[in-house]
Design a binder for this molecule. Structure first.
Ligand SMILES: Nc1ncnc2c1ncn2[C@@H]1O[C@H](COP(=O)(O)OP(=O)(O)OP(=O)(O)O)[C@@H](O)[C@H]1O
Length: 556
């Protein structure tokens, strides 16, 4: 771990203001340390010289004031760093979500969602220690150490030289320990990710595991992964205590060395008591912040490891076609339709697309007229969903995709399309929240209208659903996803609406109703593409486009 990752400054604007404020408070703290040492020295020397308590009262007052200033500066630093930690975490989380949105569903499908959840949750949460404990001490080290060394050099050069020689040993030791612990720390972070993924998989698949009689094995598996995490954490803690001890020892020995030198000079009367005491009081203060940096180094490394993963995602999104996003809002606002979204026929020409070097569609063309419902049919695995993915831009493809003659790219593509996938992707929350996902300012009337068009007028919009939308039947979940797509298409006035198997779990009557909803969407001048195996739905479409398996095309 580097002492300070410059990417933190470039990706989190709040971190910059924290450094400015932290530096100002560091200067105040350093000044109060010098003032405190000087006043204590003066009071002790004066008391030994026989001055009366009355005469010393103003000095006691000054000492009290310095203590108050130092405490206030320390409190200020804690408050500023806690606030900065909260702001940076929220900034990085927003950027992470915006980057994930930019990278799109294809990228998301290839990444572990529990790993991302751990990253955005406890991973970034660990930045608290980095900001509230580690960075303030690092700032203080950068400011206090040089100033205190100069002050010591003015009064007693040999002590300053001793500090200059011994102080760099602490960072050297820290770097050596850091190298030794890097692997252990990474193992701990990956053990946490494995634990999260394993736990999520077991919880999600519990009913399946139960049916197949494999549920009994799961506690042992979870115990094993948890144990791995415990062992990794204990290793980090052991190293953390060991390195803390080593650094404390080093600092204490260095201060002892200065104390012995001063003691000898005092005995030989080569130094006054005033100078000796002043320098001796300053010496531990030079080492203190650096010792704290060392002590907090391991605790802070968790957050830094997580933030490195976050930066990797952000940088991957920035390098993706379309360039970097300005910020989180930019990415989400991109989802809003622009008034100048192109309208007209959807035309795919010469499209070749596939996965991992294997083509699923080759030189494929399609014209879907605006104002018409186009059904996409073909055998399972032929590439119908892939065709929709090409339109959405979530799969690598060559060839062109145009709407009204305009090429669909980047934000314009996102703004132009409303889409319903094969899985309803519901969330924990009310039915209204599920329908208005992505459109938080949708009115209750709009939500109700969407539910009615999707054949769910009987549902109470305020009814709460469980995790992943549990509490509805398969067909109801599908219709809820349909209502969400209808709401988006209407609110954002999307010229292209895509449905992937929208009626696989619906009865004939409901299917007829949603066919009517597609017709209304088409009558409003939109391109409506529906992938379906259902005869009734295909029969209600204006045109039918067939996607054949590539092998079948080749043999024909
Ligand atoms: N993410 C992916 N990675 C690798 N291969 C994939 C991926 N998604 C789909 N495929 C493959 O691409 C081919 C086309 O899949 P696609 O989902 O487009 O078919 P489909 O016609 O929609 O099938 P179905 O009617 O069963 O939904 C299949 O052979 C599938 O295995």
């Amino acid at each position: 771990m580097k002492p300070l990752d410059p990417r933190l400054l470039s990706h989190a604007a709040s971190a910059r203001s924290f450094f400015v404020l932290g530096a100002a408070l560091g200067v105040v703290q350093t000044a109060s340390v010098i003032g405190f040492a000087w006043l204590v020295t003066h009071l002790i020397v004066s008391a030994i010289a026989g001055e009366r308590v009355n005469e010393l009262l103003p000095w006691f007052g000054a000492l009290l004031a310095v203590i108050v200033v130092r405490s206030a500066a320390t409190w200020g630093m804690e408050a500023v760093s806690a606030r900065a930690a909260a702001k940076v975490k929220s900034e990085l989380r927003s950027k992470l979500l915006a980057s994930i949105a930019r990278l799109g569903p294809a990228w998301l499908a290839s990444t572990s969602s529990s790993r991302l959840t751990t990253l955005a949750g406890p991973g970034l949460g660990a930045l608290d220690t980095y900001f509230s404990k580690y960075l303030p001490q690092l700032i203080l080290t950068a400011i206090a150490a040089p100033v205190l060394i100069v002050v010591m050099a003015i009064w007693d050069l040999p002590s300053a030289i001793t500090v200059i020689i011994t102080l760099p040993l602490i960072p050297v030791f820290m770097i050596l320990i850091g190298w030794a612990t890097q692997k252990v720390q990474q193992r701990q972070w990956s053990a946490l990710s494995t634990l999260a993924t394993g736990f999520l998989e077991v919880v999600e698949g519990l009913s399946t595991l139960k049916i197949f009689g494999r549920a009994e094995r799961q506690p042992a598996r979870i115990r094993q992964v948890t144990d791995d995490y415990r062992v990794a954490t204990m290793k980090v803690l052991r190293l953390s205590f060991m390195s803390g001890f080593a650094l404390e020892l080093l600092a204490s020995l260095s201060v002892a060395l200065i104390a012995v030198t001063i003691g000898i000079q005092l005995i030989n009367r080569e130094m006054s008591l005033e100078v000796g005491l002043f320098v001796l009081l300053l010496a531990p203060e030079v080492y203190l912040p650096l010792r704290q940096v060392g002590a907090q180094f391991h605790a802070a490394a968790d957050g830094v490891a997580a933030s490195e993963d976050v930066f990797a995602v952000i940088e991957e999104a920035d390098a993706a076609p379309g360039g970097p996003q300005v910020g989180a809002r930019g990415a989400f606002d991109a989802g809003r339709a622009r008034p100048d979204s192109p309208r007209g026929d959807l035309v795919l020409s010469g499209v070749t697309a596939g996965y991992e070097g294997r083509s699923v569609l080759r030189d494929h063309s399609l014209v879907a007229a605006a104002g018409h419902v186009t059904a996409i049919v073909g055998p399972s695995g032929a590439g119908k969903s892939t065709l929709l993915a090409v339109v959405r831009g979530t799969v690598d493809a060559v060839g062109s995709v145009t709407v009204g003659g305009e090429r669909l790219t980047g934000d314009a593509r996102r703004a132009a399309i409303a889409w319903m996938g094969q899985s309803p992707s519901l969330i924990e929350g009310s039915i209204a929240e599920n329908v208005a996902l992505g459109q938080p300012d949708a009115s209750p009337d709009e939500v109700r209208a969407a539910l009615t068009h999707a054949g769910l007028a009987f549902l109470d919009a305020d009814r709460m659903l469980g995790v992943a939308g549990t509490g509805l039947s398969g067909g109801q979940s599908q219709r809820l996803a349909l209502a969400r797509t209808l709401l988006r298409a209407r609110r954002l006035d999307c010229p292209v609406v895509l449905f992937d198997e929208p009626s696989s779990a619906l009865d004939a009557e409901t299917e007829r109703r949603i066919a009517a909803a597609f017709r209304t969407l088409a009558d409003e001048g939109r391109v409506v593409l529906v992938v379906s195996h259902r005869t009734a739905l295909v029969a209600s479409a204006d045109c039918v486009h067939t996607v054949e398996r590539l092998e079948a095309v080749a043999s024909a």
